[in-house]
Design a binder for this molecule. Structure first.
Ligand SMILES: [Zn+2]
Length: 316
């Protein structure tokens, strides 16, 4: 069964919001854009595995996108963890396109795409580190230390692998071979269970901690640097203007009733769940206090306390 389904990571949604709201002239703009591209590719690759994994959901305990504490402020991040009575496997997912070449299984990895070759960290070493981290984690919880198989799965349809010869099944493969690898590693002639999956699954589900990042701090973007406005779904400009209860794009003239929802989600991801009428007027670029109140009452909960200025609590 799927013990943990893949979900769109919050840090990816934060990066998307930050990319929409950071001016191109900001010193961190290029880095934010590059990190967003990498995070979106990682998530796209992991999503591509969900469907082939479904056919094994009766035989395996499947976790996608795990992050477990291994020491103070240290976590092990695992793209895919598979557990059965016969053993465990962890998979590192790479959504890289191009010609991927390894001359030595644990040597440097070369990626060539459009005549450009770059040297990248060997993902086999990365997944071996994850295995060590996971064993540490099990040890800390006094769980039996199982054999853990490691895989690297390339998911992009434009990836070509050139790997050293081996007489064993390779640990690095394209996603189409995943079912074959699962069958190979989880089909055992052993009739006695080698481990009890529920000892591990309950602990893992209790301890999983999604990555939380303050992206404004990480990329040194100040609140006042953020671009206000409501984005047009057609032309992507922050150029929607509210008239007579409808948003109209001043750039391409598209109309939309609820364009403010995405803007308020951006606010929540970047600045928090509480917003005042004044802050919303600036962020949505709606000059009227009353129009802004109507928008907020429609999409948020009005909170009045004796000690604080009234505010609105955004989507919970
Ligand atoms: Zn537009």
């Amino acid at each position: 069964m799927f013990q943990k389904h893949l979900q769109e990571p919050q840090h990816l949604r934060k990066l998307q919001a930050l990319c929409r709201r950071t001016p191109e002239t900001h010193p961190s703009y290029e880095r934010i854009h590059a990190d967003l591209k990498a995070a979106a590719a990682g998530y796209a690759g992991e999503r591509l595995l969900t469907y082939p994994l479904e056919r094994f959901s009766n035989q395996l305990h499947i976790f996608q996108g795990l992050r477990l504490p291994v020491a103070a402020h240290h976590y092990v991040q695992i793209d895919l963890l598979l557990i059965s009575e016969q053993g465990m496997a962890i998979g590192e997912v790479k959504h890289w396109r191009g010609d991927i070449q390894l001359n030595d299984w644990y040597g440097p990895l070369y990626r060539t795409y459009f005549d450009k070759t770059e040297l990248l960290p060997n993902p086999l070493l990365q997944v071996e580190e994850q295995r060590e981290g996971l064993l540490d984690y099990f040890n800390r919880h006094s769980l039996l230390l199982p054999e853990i198989e490691t895989f690297v799965i390339f998911t992009h349809r434009e990836a070509q692998l050139r790997l050293p010869p081996t007489t064993n099944l390779p640990k690095i493969f394209l996603k189409e071979r995943l079912p074959q690898m699962i069958r190979h590693h989880f089909t055992s002639s052993e009739t006695q269970p080698l481990l009890h999956p529920h000892h591990y699954t309950n602990q893992i589900l209790t301890d999983h901690k999604p990555l939380q990042i303050d992206v404004l701090q990480k990329y040194q973007v100040k609140c006042e640097d953020l671009l206000p406005g409501v984005q047009c779904a057609s032309c992507c400009n922050l150029s929607m203007s509210r008239t007579q209860g409808v948003w109209r794009c001043l750039h391409c003239h598209t109309s939309q009733a609820d364009a403010h929802v995405t803007a308020l989600r951006d606010y929540q991801l970047l600045l928090g769940s509480h917003i005042t009428n004044k802050d919303a007027r600036h962020f949505l670029q709606v000059p009227s206090r009353h129009a802004c109140r109507r928008i907020l009452l429609h999409t948020a909960t009005h909170v009045q306390t004796p000690s604080k200025r009234p505010y609105y609590r955004l989507f919970s």
